[in-house]
Ligand binder design. Sequence first.
Ligand code: NAP
Length: 326
Amino acid sequence: MSEHNQHRQVVIIGSGPAGWTAALYAARADLHPLVLAGYSTGGQLMLTSDVENFPGYPQGTTGPELMQDLRAQAERFGAEVLELDATAVDFHQRPFRVTTDEGEFLAESVIIATGASAKWIGVPGEEEYRGKGVSACATCDGFFFRGKKVVVVGGGDTALEEALFLTRYATAVSVIHRRDTLRATKVMQQRAFSHSKISFIWNTVVEEILGSDNKVTAVRLRNLLTKEVSEVTTDGVFVAIGHEPNTKVFAGQIDLDAAEYIIAPDPSTTYTNVPGVFAAGDVRDHRYRQAVTAAGEGCKAAIDAERWLDEQGIHRSELNVEFASA
Ligand code: NAP
């Protein structure tokens, strides 16, 4: 069978913990899932060095190793993987149509697990020191800053949540915000203002992240009112200016909320507003955003898809065939 122009029972779009876990469960349910893993497979965890909070790894692991393990486990049971991005989808009629640069797929069901991406500030040093002091996830990386000094960039709920979380480990947390009023909710502001370890640097942006020996040492700041440039020493920079779900390709095809996350009409399931299209992980969850919660949702999505296909009377052996494209 050629890799392209196939009619599948389940196409999974995305290759983070949600996508691979959906693939594992769908493969074991004999649905022969196809995973469109994207050109940059593995999602946000490919940017994380140490992962110590994924159950089953008592010694810890790394983001890329975890993704490799999850992929290998799904492939062991027959999940097929193509490292292609979905460039367009048509969910208006069944079978659904998923387009890639190298062919089209018809799918009786689709599991969307494209995740979300942290927004970055885009300054020199940010990319270079990512995973070496620069992070966008305090829950993932805060532990490595025990006894150290960190800065948090942003003024919303995420920034204050990250700052408050980091006080468990760091000796001092400076929140750098580009204005002099916070966007965060009042209750979060009160908590942050009253915390002895948290201080604020107002009307200020980070111009550069500095480091040596492969780790962050300082940030160069510019005060937007006085134009004054200064350097603040720090061991870590947590960028917390929000996330964006990877849903551009689904716009107009499926219900998204105001922040463009996929809406789950019944959040206890992975159903979307389109019957047969399921969503799992960060693409619909901006609350927990953990590898293990995403994996759990991937499992749920595969079970939802399997039961839904059964309800539609779609027989497993009839599909996964090539079709001639028009
Ligand atoms: P947000 O509310 O959009 O805040 C983003 C913050 O980052 C803003 O303060 C913004 O500054 C700043 N920012 C944006 N781009 C920047 C840039 N290029 N350079 C410097 N600063 C920049 O995002 P969020 O904090 O991630 O929250 C998103 C949503 O999730 C909100 O509705 C929030 O309430 C919710 N949330 C809730 C909780 C909770 O309830 N525990 C936790 C996290 C998030 P300006 O203020 O100047 O625009």
